[in-house]
Write a protein that binds this ligand. Structure first.
Ligand SMILES: Cc1cc2nc3c(=O)[nH]c(=O)nc-3n(C[C@H](O)[C@H](O)[C@H](O)COP(=O)(O)O)c2cc1C
Length: 196
Protein backbone atom coordinates (compact mmCIF):
# COMPACT_ATOMS: atom_id res chain seq x y z
CA UNK A 1 0.00 0.00 0.00
CA UNK A 2 1.49 3.35 -1.03
CA UNK A 3 1.77 6.13 1.55
CA UNK A 4 0.68 9.43 0.05
CA UNK A 5 1.12 12.81 1.80
CA UNK A 6 -0.89 15.76 0.47
CA UNK A 7 0.88 18.89 1.69
CA UNK A 8 -0.77 22.17 0.75
CA UNK A 9 -1.27 25.80 1.66
CA UNK A 10 -4.55 27.68 1.17
CA UNK A 11 -5.68 31.18 2.19
CA UNK A 12 -9.32 31.05 1.16
CA UNK A 13 -10.16 27.37 0.62
CA UNK A 14 -9.63 26.61 -3.07
CA UNK A 15 -6.54 24.48 -2.57
CA UNK A 16 -8.11 22.95 0.52
CA UNK A 17 -11.01 21.66 -1.60
CA UNK A 18 -8.60 20.33 -4.21
CA UNK A 19 -6.55 18.57 -1.51
CA UNK A 20 -9.68 16.76 -0.28
CA UNK A 21 -10.42 15.55 -3.82
CA UNK A 22 -6.83 14.34 -4.30
CA UNK A 23 -7.18 12.44 -1.03
CA UNK A 24 -10.37 10.78 -2.31
CA UNK A 25 -8.60 9.66 -5.49
CA UNK A 26 -5.56 8.31 -3.65
CA UNK A 27 -7.69 6.45 -1.11
CA UNK A 28 -9.82 4.93 -3.88
CA UNK A 29 -6.57 3.56 -5.35
CA UNK A 30 -5.79 1.89 -2.01
CA UNK A 31 -3.26 4.37 -0.60
CA UNK A 32 -2.77 5.32 3.03
CA UNK A 33 -3.11 9.12 3.04
CA UNK A 34 -2.09 12.04 5.22
CA UNK A 35 -3.61 15.39 4.16
CA UNK A 36 -1.86 18.27 5.89
CA UNK A 37 -2.36 22.04 5.75
CA UNK A 38 0.79 24.17 5.90
CA UNK A 39 0.53 26.48 8.91
CA UNK A 40 -0.28 30.16 8.37
CA UNK A 41 2.69 32.46 8.88
CA UNK A 42 1.24 35.79 7.71
CA UNK A 43 0.76 38.52 10.33
CA UNK A 44 -2.70 38.66 11.89
CA UNK A 45 -3.25 42.15 10.41
CA UNK A 46 -2.79 40.78 6.89
CA UNK A 47 -5.10 37.81 7.51
CA UNK A 48 -7.77 40.04 9.05
CA UNK A 49 -7.63 42.45 6.09
CA UNK A 50 -9.43 39.82 3.98
CA UNK A 51 -12.67 38.39 5.47
CA UNK A 52 -12.41 35.18 3.41
CA UNK A 53 -8.81 34.62 4.56
CA UNK A 54 -9.73 35.29 8.21
CA UNK A 55 -12.71 32.90 7.97
CA UNK A 56 -10.55 30.13 6.47
CA UNK A 57 -7.83 30.46 9.11
CA UNK A 58 -10.40 30.41 11.92
CA UNK A 59 -12.28 27.42 10.47
CA UNK A 60 -9.11 25.36 9.99
CA UNK A 61 -7.03 26.24 13.04
CA UNK A 62 -7.46 22.70 14.42
CA UNK A 63 -6.68 20.89 11.15
CA UNK A 64 -3.55 18.71 11.33
CA UNK A 65 -0.62 20.80 10.13
CA UNK A 66 2.18 19.75 7.78
CA UNK A 67 5.34 18.50 9.48
CA UNK A 68 8.68 17.40 8.08
CA UNK A 69 7.95 13.91 9.37
CA UNK A 70 5.10 13.68 6.83
CA UNK A 71 7.63 14.07 4.00
CA UNK A 72 9.87 11.41 5.52
CA UNK A 73 6.88 9.05 5.97
CA UNK A 74 5.51 9.30 2.44
CA UNK A 75 6.29 7.28 -0.68
CA UNK A 76 4.58 10.02 -2.68
CA UNK A 77 3.97 13.70 -1.94
CA UNK A 78 1.39 15.88 -3.68
CA UNK A 79 2.11 19.58 -3.08
CA UNK A 80 -0.47 22.34 -3.51
CA UNK A 81 -0.21 26.13 -3.34
CA UNK A 82 -2.14 29.16 -4.58
CA UNK A 83 -0.42 31.31 -7.20
CA UNK A 84 1.33 34.41 -5.87
CA UNK A 85 2.62 36.66 -8.65
CA UNK A 86 3.09 33.61 -10.88
CA UNK A 87 4.95 31.71 -8.19
CA UNK A 88 4.33 29.57 -5.12
CA UNK A 89 3.05 31.18 -1.90
CA UNK A 90 5.63 32.26 0.70
CA UNK A 91 3.99 30.01 3.31
CA UNK A 92 4.49 27.02 0.99
CA UNK A 93 8.09 27.96 0.15
CA UNK A 94 8.91 28.43 3.80
CA UNK A 95 7.82 24.85 4.50
CA UNK A 96 9.88 23.55 1.56
CA UNK A 97 12.90 25.52 2.77
CA UNK A 98 12.57 23.96 6.22
CA UNK A 99 13.22 20.53 4.64
CA UNK A 100 16.95 21.12 4.08
CA UNK A 101 17.90 18.61 6.78
CA UNK A 102 15.86 15.83 5.17
CA UNK A 103 17.32 16.73 1.77
CA UNK A 104 20.86 16.59 3.19
CA UNK A 105 20.20 13.07 4.47
CA UNK A 106 18.86 11.98 1.07
CA UNK A 107 15.42 11.38 2.54
CA UNK A 108 13.54 13.38 -0.08
CA UNK A 109 14.97 11.43 -3.03
CA UNK A 110 13.36 8.57 -4.94
CA UNK A 111 9.79 9.48 -4.04
CA UNK A 112 6.93 10.33 -6.37
CA UNK A 113 5.90 14.01 -6.41
CA UNK A 114 3.09 15.98 -8.05
CA UNK A 115 1.59 19.45 -7.77
CA UNK A 116 -1.65 21.42 -7.96
CA UNK A 117 -2.47 25.11 -7.81
CA UNK A 118 -5.03 27.87 -8.36
CA UNK A 119 -4.96 31.46 -9.60
CA UNK A 120 -7.53 34.19 -9.95
CA UNK A 121 -7.09 34.34 -13.72
CA UNK A 122 -6.92 31.59 -16.36
CA UNK A 123 -3.66 33.09 -17.62
CA UNK A 124 -2.50 34.45 -14.29
CA UNK A 125 0.32 31.96 -13.80
CA UNK A 126 -1.17 28.49 -13.21
CA UNK A 127 1.48 26.74 -15.31
CA UNK A 128 4.34 28.95 -14.10
CA UNK A 129 3.47 28.21 -10.47
CA UNK A 130 3.56 24.47 -11.08
CA UNK A 131 6.85 24.73 -12.95
CA UNK A 132 8.29 26.81 -10.09
CA UNK A 133 7.05 24.23 -7.59
CA UNK A 134 8.71 21.43 -9.59
CA UNK A 135 12.12 23.18 -9.47
CA UNK A 136 12.50 22.00 -5.87
CA UNK A 137 11.63 18.43 -6.84
CA UNK A 138 14.55 18.28 -9.28
CA UNK A 139 16.80 19.13 -6.35
CA UNK A 140 15.16 16.48 -4.17
CA UNK A 141 15.83 13.78 -6.80
CA UNK A 142 12.13 13.01 -6.99
CA UNK A 143 10.01 11.48 -9.74
CA UNK A 144 7.51 14.06 -10.98
CA UNK A 145 4.16 12.59 -12.03
CA UNK A 146 1.90 14.87 -14.04
CA UNK A 147 -1.52 14.17 -15.53
CA UNK A 148 -0.31 15.03 -19.02
CA UNK A 149 -3.22 14.29 -21.32
CA UNK A 150 -3.60 10.72 -20.12
CA UNK A 151 -7.34 11.02 -19.53
CA UNK A 152 -10.12 13.02 -21.25
CA UNK A 153 -11.11 14.62 -17.94
CA UNK A 154 -7.91 16.71 -18.05
CA UNK A 155 -9.39 18.59 -21.03
CA UNK A 156 -12.70 19.10 -19.22
CA UNK A 157 -11.00 21.03 -16.41
CA UNK A 158 -9.08 23.38 -18.70
CA UNK A 159 -6.40 21.03 -20.04
CA UNK A 160 -3.43 21.77 -17.77
CA UNK A 161 -1.01 18.85 -18.30
CA UNK A 162 1.35 20.15 -15.57
CA UNK A 163 -1.17 19.41 -12.82
CA UNK A 164 -4.71 20.21 -11.71
CA UNK A 165 -5.25 23.97 -11.49
CA UNK A 166 -8.29 26.04 -10.66
CA UNK A 167 -9.31 29.48 -11.88
CA UNK A 168 -10.33 30.66 -8.44
CA UNK A 169 -13.36 32.83 -9.11
CA UNK A 170 -15.40 30.56 -6.83
CA UNK A 171 -15.23 27.02 -5.52
CA UNK A 172 -13.50 24.47 -7.78
CA UNK A 173 -15.85 23.03 -10.40
CA UNK A 174 -16.78 19.35 -10.44
CA UNK A 175 -14.46 19.02 -13.48
CA UNK A 176 -11.58 20.51 -11.43
CA UNK A 177 -12.31 18.12 -8.56
CA UNK A 178 -12.43 15.16 -10.98
CA UNK A 179 -9.01 16.20 -12.29
CA UNK A 180 -7.73 16.33 -8.71
CA UNK A 181 -9.18 12.88 -7.92
CA UNK A 182 -7.53 11.54 -11.05
CA UNK A 183 -4.13 12.92 -10.01
CA UNK A 184 -4.50 11.36 -6.55
CA UNK A 185 -5.24 7.99 -8.15
CA UNK A 186 -2.39 8.30 -10.65
CA UNK A 187 0.13 9.24 -7.96
CA UNK A 188 -0.96 6.41 -5.65
CA UNK A 189 -0.80 3.85 -8.46
CA UNK A 190 2.63 5.07 -9.61
CA UNK A 191 4.02 4.96 -6.07
CA UNK A 192 2.68 1.42 -5.61
CA UNK A 193 4.31 0.33 -8.88
CA UNK A 194 7.66 1.82 -7.82
CA UNK A 195 7.44 0.09 -4.45
CA UNK A 196 6.86 -2.95 -6.44
C1 LIG B 1 -0.29 38.41 -2.98
C2 LIG B 1 -1.15 37.72 -3.99
C3 LIG B 1 -0.65 37.48 -5.25
C4 LIG B 1 -1.45 36.85 -6.22
N1 LIG B 1 -0.95 36.63 -7.46
C5 LIG B 1 -1.75 36.13 -8.43
C6 LIG B 1 -1.26 35.96 -9.75
O1 LIG B 1 -0.09 36.17 -10.06
N2 LIG B 1 -2.12 35.52 -10.69
C7 LIG B 1 -3.43 35.26 -10.40
O2 LIG B 1 -4.17 34.91 -11.32
N3 LIG B 1 -3.90 35.33 -9.13
C8 LIG B 1 -3.09 35.76 -8.15
N4 LIG B 1 -3.57 35.86 -6.86
C9 LIG B 1 -4.87 35.27 -6.51
C10 LIG B 1 -4.67 33.91 -5.83
O3 LIG B 1 -3.91 33.03 -6.64
C11 LIG B 1 -6.00 33.26 -5.45
O4 LIG B 1 -6.58 34.07 -4.46
C12 LIG B 1 -5.75 31.85 -4.92
O5 LIG B 1 -5.41 31.02 -6.00
C13 LIG B 1 -6.92 31.26 -4.15
O6 LIG B 1 -6.46 30.04 -3.58
P1 LIG B 1 -6.85 29.64 -2.08
O7 LIG B 1 -8.36 29.83 -2.00
O8 LIG B 1 -6.45 28.20 -1.91
O9 LIG B 1 -6.12 30.54 -1.14
C14 LIG B 1 -2.78 36.46 -5.89
C15 LIG B 1 -3.26 36.69 -4.58
C16 LIG B 1 -2.45 37.31 -3.64
C17 LIG B 1 -3.00 37.55 -2.26
Amino acid sequence: MARVAIIYYSSTGTNHAMAQAIEEGARAAGAEVRTRLIAETAPEAAVHSNPAWKAFVEAHQDDPKAALEDLDWADAVVFGTPTRFGNVAAQFKSFIDSAGGLWFQGKLANKVYAGFTSAQNPHGGQESTLLALYNSIYHFGGYIVTPGYTDPLVFKSGGNPYGPSVTATGAPSEADLDHARYLGKRVAETAAKLAG
